[in-house]
Design a protein around this ligand. Sequence first.
Ligand code: AP5
Length: 205
Amino acid sequence: MNIIFLGPPGSGKGTHAERCGQTMGIPRLSTGDMLREQVKQQTKLGLEAKAYMEAGQLVPDEVILGMIRERIIAPDCANGCIFDGFPRTEPQAEALAGILTIDAVLNLALSDEAIVDRMKGRRCCPDCGHTSHTSWMNGENCVQCSKTMIIRSDDMPETVLNRLQVYHAQTKPLIAYYERQGLLRTVDSTGDVSMVFERVREALS
Ligand code: AP5
C-alpha cells in the first residue's frame, strides 16, 4: 500500500506518518529527513539543497525525484511506503504517478495560526531525527537516544512564514489534484497527538 501524507509545514505529517508506518509495517519516506541527512553529510546534493531549505523554498523537482527514485527500489519498500512531504508540486505528483500506484492521500488540515504556534515549540534530535514538542517534553534530551534536542534551522519565525507562503502557492493545489482522482481523505489536525492519530487511523481504515 502506498500512502501520501499531505499538509502544510508543521501540520503533523512526520509525527503521524511515523506512527502509521510502524502500525502498518511499511517505511516512512520523508524527503525533508533525506535532505537534512544529505546536508549533515555535506554531500553535493546537500550543499545544493541547504540554501533552499534555509530560505523556506522548495528544492528543485529533479533533485527530489532523483532521491525518491533511488529510495523506492530498496527492499523495505516492497510492500509499499508512506510518503511524508512528497509530492509537493504538480510535476512531482505526475512523476510519482508514472512510477507507482497511490492508494490514498491523507491531508492534514491545520490553520496557519496553529502552525506558527506548533513550530515555536518543536524540537528535533540532531542524531536520530526524533521530533517532539516543548509542551510535553520532560527536559531537553531526546527520549530515544539522549542527545540534546535542537530547534530546526528552518523553524525560525520568518522562515516558517515563507514556508507557509510556498505551501499555499505550490503545494495546496495538490489537494484539488488528488480530490479529482478520488484519493483524498482530509483529517482535522487540531487537538492533541493521540486524538489526531485516532482520526488518521479511521480515515485510512
Ligand atoms: P519537511 O521536513 O518535509 O518539512 P515540512 O513539510 O515543512 O513539514 P514539517 O517537517 O515542518 O512538519 P510536519 O508536518 O512533519 O509536522 P511535525 O509532525 O513535525 O521539509 C523541509 C524542507 O525541505 C522544505 O521547506 C523544502 O525546502 C525541502 N523539501 C522537503 N521535501 C520537499 C519536496 N518534496 N520538494 C521540494 N522541497 C522539499 O509536527 C510539528 C510539531 O507539532 C511537532 O513539534 C509536533 O510534536 C507538534 N504537534 C503538536 N500537536 C500535534 C498533533 N496533534 N499532531 C502532530 N504533531 C503535533
